[in-house]
Design a protein around this ligand. Structure first.
Ligand code: LMR
Length: 337
């Protein structure tokens, strides 16, 4: 276990490309929504990842200056910039990975679900184009509400002609990152040493951190667990409130999305790190989409590890999450009917 943890950490931190690695084509990664609050830092982090040799930026507004800026960074990565609805197809075509972050963030007092009407059509459009022009790409959806728009993306891909459930992921890595950080701080250990599955979805009580499976074992009583669970579930709200009208989490979300993109690339190379949780089509529960630990491979999900062992309290939390996630998925499907 501990060597797997260090392997993951090493992979994640292996950013410096050596000159010998400069010429090898690794992966073309497209960021849809590249000029946004998450898109910019995500693009920067991807630019710095040696596995990305072609970084494609797309947004509705001009991306050229931003692409020019990134292209001065001394990495063996070509930057390509596209903008506007018409150029979304060119951005997506030929990509190995498409990370969708386009859409509106929420404001204080709004739930993620409040964004559905605005963001669902954007996700549907991008997912449909992936299906038509980059059918074998891995798709990561960061745009909220993740719980519902992943179902929108799946339906849009079916309509467009090609849908592979093993290649479509709702990015829930920020919930895992928050869990590792809050637990690490509580236990006075480096957050990078904490491994904990965070299952379910990406909103409020659909986020279920499995403390009973935490490694190293969590030190603290039930009250303490309840308070950290609550903080993980409301981490997004905490940031929205602190930003006071200036949007939601961007930097931590970009960090988490870059970590997940790195995991996808390691999978594509056939060198997967330890399992990462993501919100995918699943039969682990009655909810059609559900986040559980996944081993990633060249074809996307290589193995869905399903539900971890749960204690009684976690079983109760699971029920609540599944009920809510069934409704979210149904909302996404209905939108596409
Ligand atoms: C988060 O978890 O921080 C993101 O989903 C953004 C949000 O609206 O909370």
């Amino acid at each position: 276990q501990s060597s797997a943890i260090s392997q993951c950490r090493v992979c994640w931190r292996l950013y410096q490309a050596t000159p010998g690695q400069m010429q090898t084509r690794q992966f073309r990664v497209a960021v849809i929504g590249a000029v946004g609050g998450i898109g910019q830092p995500l693009s920067l982090l991807l630019m710095a990842n040696k596995l990305v040799t072609e970084l494609v930026l797309h947004d509705l507004t001009a991306t050229k200056g931003f692409g020019q800026d990134l292209s001065h960074i001394d990495r063996a990565c070509q930057v390509k910039s596209f903008f506007g609805e018409d150029q979304m197809k060119s951005a997506i075509k030929g990509s190995d990975i498409v990370m969708i972050t386009a859409g509106m963030p929420r404001k204080p007092g709004q739930t993620r679900d409040f964004l559905f009407d605005t963001n669902a059509p954007i996700v549907a459009k991008a997912a449909g184009l992936v299906s038509q022009h980059a059918a074998h790409a891995m798709v990561g959806i960061i745009t909220n509400p993740v719980n519902a728009v992943v179902a929108v993306a799946a339906e849009a891909m079916k309509k467009a002609g090609y849908y592979d459930p093993d290649r479509l992921f709702g990015v829930t890595t920020l919930d895992v990152v928050r869990a590792e950080k809050f637990i690490g701080d509580h236990m006075s250990i480096h957050p990078g040493k904490v491994r904990i599955p965070v299952i379910g979805g990406h909103a409020g009580t659909t986020i279920v951190p499995i403390f009973s499976q935490c490694q190293p074992p969590f030190e603290g009583d039930e009250k303490c667990i309840a308070s950290i669970v609550k903080r993980i579930q409301t981490g997004g709200d905490e940031v929205v409130k602190a930003k006071a009208g200036q949007g939601s989490a961007t930097l931590s979300m970009a960090y988490a999305a870059a970590r997940f993109t790195n995991a996808l690339m390691l999978g594509l190379k056939g060198e997967p790190g330890p399992p990462e949780c993501a919100y995918v089509q699943s039969d682990a529960t009655e909810a059609p989409f559900f986040s559980t630990p996944l081993t990633l491979g060249p074809k996307g999900i290589e193995e869905n590890h399903g539900l971890p062992e749960l204690d009684e309290c976690e079983k109760e939390q699971l029920k609540v999450a599944v009920d809510a996630l069934k409704k979210s998925a149904a909302k996404g499907v209905k939108f596409m009917e």
